[in-house]
Write a protein of this length. Structure first.
Length: 255
């Protein structure tokens, strides 16, 4: 079934109302009609299975048939702290991170970031990333639309992450694979995890040292140097696998 997101105020009793651009999508692109079934979420982790009751020019009225928790949401909150990459790589990173289950994405300006934006351009970029996150959440069957935060510098990002149960920072000079595996396994036992990913030039040693002093665990992703867009997805994929294996009754432990 097709999935749509609506504001919480569009859920009224046993009825839900689709408004905005999705009305045109339902009517003229999908060409849906009365009696067709859809899944709707208000972004709070609940799925509503609905039937279309009435299609009007400005809204579509749905009847709620079944309400249930979204099974696609991870039980561990993961926040991706992504250093700003060059060109349009962030678009791809946002899309794939949402597919892999992140709860929030924090764009971070680090010392080696080439990208520098003024407030106006940064605001437009955030709007674009929010649209990409929403589309990716629809496509991947998410019950929530992950938050896209304002751009932070490294110091602000570390302060924002200080209340998380676990913080991981992949670093090319970390070579202890056994300890890295241990950090990963501990992270998935917690309720919240932050993942810091550096820019194309990587983090400066001082940035990693400050992060570690604030409780972050430096980890290795292997002997190869990964691109910034690859490193984040690697960590997220591992975490998603371990969390869902654990949540499904399996051991969920790397050895």
């Amino acid at each position: 079934m097709y999935r749509f997101f609506v504001p919480e105020e569009n859920v009224a009793g046993d009825r839900i109302y689709i408004t905005g651009d999705d009305v045109n999508h339902v009517r003229n692109v999908l060409r849906m009609k009365q009696g067709d079934e859809v899944v709707v979420s208000c972004g709070r982790g609940t799925d509503y299975e609905c039937v279309i009751e009435n299609i009007e020019p400005e809204q579509i009225q749905l009847e709620i048939v079944k309400e249930q928790p979204a099974i696609t949401e991870l039980p561990v909150k993961i926040i991706l702290f992504q250093a700003l990459p060059k060109k349009d790589k962030m678009d791809w990173i946002v899309q794939k991170a949402v597919e892999l289950g992140v709860a929030e994405i924090v764009p971070v300006s680090t010392r080696r970031c080439v990208v520098k934006w003024d407030d106006k351009k940064a605001g437009k970029k955030r709007q674009r990333w929010e649209a990409i996150a929403k589309a990716a959440a629809k496509q991947s069957g998410r019950g929530r639309i992950p938050k896209i935060m304002d751009i932070m510098n490294m110091e602000e990002a570390l302060v924002y992450a200080k209340d998380l149960d676990s913080v991981l920072i992949p670093y090319e000079l970390c070579e202890d694979m056994a300890e890295s595996v241990a950090h990963m396994n501990r992270a998935v036992q917690s309720k919240s995890v932050g993942v810091f990913i550096g820019p194309e030039g990587g983090f400066e040693r001082g940035e990693v040292e400050v992060a570690m002093k604030m409780g972050a665990a430096s980890i290795s992703l292997g002997k190869r140097i990964l691109r910034t867009e690859t490193a984040g997805m690697t960590v997220l994929s591992i975490l998603m696998f371990l969390i869902e294996a654990q949540d499904g009754g399996q051991s969920g432990v790397l050895s």
